[in-house]
Design a protein. Sequence first.
Length: 337
Amino acid sequence: MRLLAGAAASALALSGCSGGPGPDADPNAPVTIDVTVSAAAEIYSIPWLVAQKQGLFEKYGVIVENIVPGKGGSATMRTLLDGDIPIGEVSYPSIVQADPTGAELRVVGGGTQGPYPMNFYALASNPKINSIQDVRRWAYTRPNSATDALSQLIPKLAGIEAGRIERISSGGIGEGLALLEAGSVDVAMLPSIVAEQQPDDFKLIASSPEYLDRFLQSTITTTKDYAASNPGVVRAINAGYTDAVASIDANPLAAAQLYAEYSGFDVDAALKVVRRAATAHTWGGGFDQESVASAQAGVELSGSDREPDLCTLFDPRFLPAEVDQSLPAGCLDAPSS
């Protein structure tokens, strides 16, 4: 694994981009933007909420007015590309599918890099499904989503022969739960907070953290053009997000209270979710080579014929100096444009 931070030439290239927020993000006159976040009712929204409500974006010169919920996978990607929302957290598989060469998009920040809470459940009342070996119908949300990749990757890691499991696209997390309750599928991913609040209704069949230490679920992503014309805003978003991760670690209760208010669930359940995610180092402001490698393996198992140029897609020039700025394995230097 080659670390960008360890290369002297790369360090020099980054030094000109680190530090202040940049000319287009002024703490004395903050820029106001919206962001889009995949499955915002899930854990992905928590660092964004913390940074938004605690003024962590604003201190770097950006006000995040609205956190616009994405619908997962390529649907969130289209929100980013087609709308007026310049930056957001979108699933890694959808990035690879939409722009494998990096012609339009740039992954500019970390995001959700651990496998929690990608857990798949059966109904507690279903006596036929008690382990992953019993599963024949497996619901994932949408094509090019993290659940799509994991529904391929986990069975393979569990030693289940190819073709034994029928994979069913539900259209969303809530829709997957409906299919599960109707008996149309054997397992589906549940929102982590639902699993915490209704432990007697479901049984855990496949927990992603049991099979994977790291898995890049989603990344902070923008367009190439926006990053070039608004570098200070991008750096401010990354800096605020990184500060939010540290804030969650230091005060999980405060983060849980914000998440409970946003999601409508109780604080106790929200606190369990926040603590589990923080303990698993689910969020990260920098890049993580291991999480990228496992996510790419899932993309390839999903049958994608796209060969991403990761050295172009991932751009560490907007990351705070204190986080890991490692490009994916095999990439030596930061991109020049």
